[in-house]
Design a protein around this ligand. Sequence first.
Ligand SMILES: Nc1nc2c(ncn2[C@@H]2O[C@H](COP(=O)(O)OP(=O)(O)OP(=O)(O)O)[C@@H](O)[C@H]2O)c(=O)[nH]1
Ligand SMILES: [Mg+2]
Length: 450
Amino acid sequence: MVLEKLSGALNGALRKLLRMPTVDAKAIKELVKDLQRALLQADVKVDLVFELSKNIERRALSKELPPGITRREHVIKTVYDELVTILGEKTEVIRIKPGQTSIIMLIGIQGSGKTTSCGKLAYFYKKKGFKTALVCGDTYRPAAFNQLSQLAASINVPIFGDTSEKDAIKVVKKGVEQFTNEKHEVIIVDTAGRHKDETSLIEEMKGIERSIHPQEIILVIDGTLGQQAYTQAEAFNDATDIGAILVTKLDGSARGGGALSAVAATGAPIKFIGIGEKIEDLERFNSPRFVGRLLGMGDLSSLIEKLRDAEVTPSKKEAKVFLSGKFTLLEFREQIKKMKKMGPLSKIFSFLPGVSNIPDEMKSMSEEKIKRWEHILDSMRSEELINPKLLKRSRVVRVARGSGTDIKDVRELLQQYNMLRKLMKGMRGRRRMKGLPMMPGGLPDMPMDL
Ligand SMILES: Nc1nc2c(ncn2[C@@H]2O[C@H](COP(=O)(O)OP(=O)(O)OP(=O)(O)O)[C@@H](O)[C@H]2O)c(=O)[nH]1
Ligand SMILES: [Mg+2]
């Protein structure tokens, strides 16, 4: 599993949010705190974590929600979006033209995983049906050719190398020439990792680049570096515009989140990730999909679906209760309070066939509105709750002031209440069919003594 620890922590934070009775400012603060802890432990840069927290807090509490989306879903989607943003939204692929030769050169500091990744990439392209070959450009380390040869043999891919030649450029040039003549479609060049710093790395890269003109240069970065990966990626991104990045060792590294976000912050595209020591442990990097997996929730559509399932679903019985009894503002208030636990009205009404003409804004009533209405109803006197007709202008002004809302809000509530009451009156007229079982399209069997 990639970034197991980070994934577990992020998933835990979201699960906690799902269990909260309501998603309010306090719940979001707590979520953000959990996310911060998880990301900082994964070595994500403090600035990035701060930025992400701010964005999540601001967006999560935004007033308007898209229709049909609950506050909970909206918050989860916000977290998802913000994580995708810090990992780079663009998904880029290396395009290999069939029938032509494409040269891919890998560079990177010592031990970053170049040679292993050359083998993985060769396997990746071979599996896609491309005629693939490997060239060993590491003349510095004697065992390098041997290491790459073993990988090449294991996947049955030809390899070129010359252990008696010290000039890497000469060897690489010869190998590329040979494989181009043999009409190989993908030639992958391994290089030495003797560099102390980014500058010498970039120098050598430029030398080989001038002599073989690769279609793609891939900088291999060790994922265990965490946010330190930034300097390497930045120097590389400044030096070449045909560069991509491959982040290795994301399996089992606690700091991989830091490495990925640091690289993305330079604007350099991450095209592949290494997720193990085996030849098949290479993946194209796709940040939305990656974040989905990191959160333990697949892509976003399945995320939303899962969220819907995870939400409390009111039972048929509860739905009946909701529409039963005398329907004054007093009952309305009871139901509003219950709705906080039961979820949006659309769910409740979906249990009642024939109730399709509920105004949309009532069906997808947001949690903010439920709360606001609760405050408004709590500010009314009991005589007003029992007899809403008493609520003339001066009383409406008083209720608005008392509940910290606008007159407009109180009016809206009264209007919605009246609509609902009328609707129920209409249903009561049809109630003579009482006793019929619940049938699709038919009327529900429910006590409604309005
Ligand atoms: N767990 C894990 N190990 C990896 C991954 N990629 C590479 N390694 C390991 O990292 C070590 C170094 O890998 P190499 O491919 O030899 O690195 P290199 O960049 O070619 O090293 P030099 O040629 O010495 O510069 C090896 O033990 C690999 O097995 C990965 O994605 N996951
Ligand atoms: Mg090597």
